[in-house]
Write a protein that binds this ligand. Structure first.
Ligand code: NOJ
Length: 534
C-alpha cells in the first residue's frame, strides 16, 4: 500500500512508543529520543507506518509527562529539540509518520500559565483555569471526583478559591470555554505542525468542556465494590458536554490547514457517545480511539458483538480503528494469556480499521507485578492495592537477554521481568515462528492485501470458541478463522470452500495448505484463508 497521500492513516498501522521505556541512550535508566532514533530500524522492520510518542515535553513528571509545563519544548530527560528534529527527519526518511501526544485538558501546576493564574484573582490568566468559590460551608464546590482519587477540587490558600483537576492536583484543568486558552493551544499545535509532525493523539479529549453550571454528578448505581473510588459517581456533568464538539472541530481546522495530518482522540465512552467524536459531517477527530478490545470478555460471541455493534454505529463515511493495548491498561498477553496473544494479534491486524499496536506487545511482553518499593505510577500511589497501577504495562522494552534487557546500561526506572531472557527482540527475531515473526508476517499480509486493508467486513460465525469473518475487496475474499480456546475445532462452515488456501496460521507452519472443505484448527490457533476466485 502507498504510504503517502490522504489515506495514509486509514491504510496504515500505528505503533505507540512510551518514550521513557523504549531505549535509554544516555545512561540514566530512562528512555529518550536518541534511543528511539537508534531503534528506528527495528520499528521500520515491523512494517508499521506511524509512530505515536507519549509526551516528550518539559514536565515535572508528576504523571510522567502528562503534566506539561511547556507545550513547545522537549524535556531534557528526553533530549533536545535537535534530537527531536533528527528523529522526525529520520522517521520521514524511512517513510514513517510521527504523531505527538497533545495534552490540552490540563497543564502542569508548574506551567507559567498556572503560576500566573493562581497568583491573584485579577490576574489576566485567572480565567485560563477552572476556579470556583468554596461551597457555603467552606467545602468543595461540588461532588466531582479526581480520576486518580479524592476530590477533583484543590483549595488554594493565596486566593481563597478551589481549582479543578480531573487528574492529579499537579494537573489543573484548563478552561476551554476561554478563547485565549484555545488560541494558545492551537498555536502550540501549529508549532509542531510547522515542523512537519503528522498529527496528534489528543489526551482525554472528552474532558475538555465541563458543565457551565458545575452541577453535582449523579451517583453511579452500577458501582462495583473494589473498583476505583471515582467510579462511585458518574461523570455526567464533568465530561462529554455537547460544546466539546465545537472545540474539536476547531482543532480539526488547525490540523486540516496542513496536508495529510491526522487527529486522534482518546475517548473512553460507550459506543453511541463515542461516535459523536467523529463530529458533524466528520468534522471531528478522524480516529476517535476505539478501546472496545481493551476490556472485552474474550469470547467469540462478545468479540463478534463488539465488532458488529461498532460497524453498525459508525457514521456514514467514518473510518474504524482498533486498539489492543496502551500505557494505561494491562498488557494483552496477561489479560488473555500468552497463547491467545497470538490470536489477538491476528484479530487486530485483520479487522476493518486502522490498528494501533503498543510497543512490546509484538514480543509478548506481559503485565509485570510491581513490588511496592518499585511503584512509580501516581494513580497506584493514590489508590493503592486494587490493581489500578500502570507501571506493569510501562516496563522497559526487552531488546536482549542482558540484565537491563538492552534498554539501558544502568538500573532502569522500572524493573524488567526475569523472563525477558526469553521474551526479547534478539531471541524472538532468531525464531521464525515467534510472536514477533507472527506480527511481522501479519503486518506484511495486511499491507499486501486490499481485502484486509480496505475490504468489507462480514461476520460468519461466533460459536463457543470459534470466531469466523470474511474480509472482501476487489473480487478477493479472506476468511479469518480464530480459535479463542485451547481445544481443537474442526471447522466445516461453507465459507471454507474447496481449494481455499491458508495464507497464515498463528503458528506460522501451515502456509500454502489447500483445504478440502474442512479446516482443522488446533487449540489457540488462528488462520487467514484465501478463498479461491469465484
Ligand atoms: C490519559 C493518559 O493516557 C494517562 O496516561 C494520563 O494519566 C491521563 N490522561 C491524564 O493526562
Amino acid at each position: 500500500m502507498a504510504q503517502g497521500g490522504d489515506n495514509w492513516w486509514r491504510d496504515g498501522i500505528f505503533y505507540q512508543i512510551y518514550p521513557r521505556s523504549f531505549q535509554d541512550s544516555d545512561g540514566d535508566g530512562i528512555g529518550d529520543l536518541a534511543g528511539i532514533l537508534r531503534r528506528l530500524p527495528y520499528v521500520k522492520s515491523l512494517g508499521v507506518d506511524a509512530i505515536w510518542l507519549s509526551p516528550i515535553f518539559p514536565s515535572p513528571m508528576a504523571d510522567f509527562g502528562y503534566d506539561i509545563s511547556d507545550y513547545t519544548g522537549i524535556d531534557p530527560l528526553f533530549g533536545t529539540m535537535e534530537d527531536f528534529d533528527a528523529l522526525l527527519a529520520a522517521a520521514h526518511d524511512n517513510g514513517l509518520k510521527l504523531i505527538l501526544d497533545l495534552v490540552p485538558n490540563h497543564t502542569s501546576s508548574q506551567h507559567p500559565w498556572f503560576v500566573e493564574s493562581r497568583s491573584s484573582r485579577d490576574n489576566p490568566k485567572r480565567d485560563w483555569y477552572v476556579w470556583r468559590d468554596p461551597a457555603a460551608d467552606g467545602g468543595v464546590p461540588n461532588n466531582w471526583l479526581s480520576e486518580f482519587g479524592g476530590s477533583a477540587w484543590q483549595f488554594d490558600e493565596t486566593t481563597g478559591q478551589y481549582y479543578y483537576h480531573a487528574f492529579l492536583a499537579e494537573q489543573p484543568d484548563l478552561n476551554w470555554r476561554n478563547p485565549d486558552v484555545r488560541a494558545a493551544i492551537y498555536d502550540a499545535m501549529r508549532f509542531w505542525l510547522e515542523k512537519g509532525v503528522d498529527g496528534f493523539r489528543v489526551d482525554v479529549i472528552w474532558h475538555l468542556i465541563k458543565d457551565a453550571e458545575f452541577r453535582d454528578n449523579p451517583p453511579n448505581p452500577h458501582y462495583v465494590e473494589g473498583r476505583p473510588p471515582n467510579e462511585r459517581i458518574l461523570t455526567q456533568y464533568s465530561t462529554d458536554q455537547p460544546e466539546v464538539h465545537d472545540v474539536i472541530a476547531e482543532m480539526r481546522r488547525v490540523t486540516d490547514a496542513y496536508r495529510d495530518r491526522v487527529l486522534i482522540g482518546e475517548i473512553y465512552l460507550p459506543l453511541h457517545r463515542l461516535m459523536a467524536y467523529y463530529g458533524n459531517d466528520l468534522t471531528g477527530a478522524q480516529m476517535p480511539f476505539n478501546f472496545a478490545l481493551l476490556s472485552t470478555f474474550w469470547s467469540a460471541r462478545s468479540i463478534e458483538t463488539i465488532v458488529e455493534d461498532y460497524e453498525e454505529a459508525l457514521p456514514k463515511g467514518a473510518w474504524p480503528n482498533w486498539v489492543l493495548g496502551n500505557h494505561d491498561r494491562p498488557r494483552v498477553a496477561s489479560r488473555i494469556g500468552p497463547e491467545q496473544a497470538r490470536v489477538a494479534a491476528m484479530l487486530l491486524l485483520t479487522l476493518r480499521g486502522t490498528p494501533t499496536l503498543y510497543y512490546g506487545d509484538e514480543i509478548g511482553m506481559h503485565q509485570l507485578a510491581i513490588a511496592p518499593e518499585d511503584v512509580r505510577d501516581p494513580f497506584e500511589k493514590n489508590v493503592p492495592g486494587i490493581g489500578v497501577g500502570r507501571d506493569g504495562c510501562r516496563t522497559p522494552m526487552q531488546w536482549d537477554a542482558s540484565p537491563a534487557g538492552g534498554f539501558s546500561g544502568v538500573r532502569p526506572w522500572l524493573p524488567l521481568p526475569e523472563d525477558h531472557i526469553h521474551w526479547n527482540v534478539a531471541n524472538l527475531e532468531a525464531d521464525s515462528r515467534s510472536i514477533l515473526s507472527l506480527y511481522r508476517r501479519l503486518i506484511a499480509l495486511r499491507k499486501a492485501s486490499p481485502a484486509l486493508v480496505a475490504g468489507d467486513y462480514h461476520p460468519i460465525a461466533a460459536q463457543g470458541d470459534l470466531l469466523v469473518y470474511r474480509r472482501e475487496a476487489e473480487g478477493t475474499a479472506m476468511i479469518v478463522v480464530l480459535n479463542l480456546g485451547p481445544d481443537p475445532i474442526a471447522v466445516t462452515t461453507s465459507a471454507i470452500r474447496f481449494g481455499s488456501e491458508i495464507l497464515l496460521s498463528t503458528f506460522l507452519d501451515r502456509e500454502g495448505e489447500r483445504l478440502e472443505g474442512v479446516l482443522d484448527l488446533r487449540g489457540n490457533e488462528g488462520v487467514v484463508v484465501m478463498q479461491p476466485h469465484i
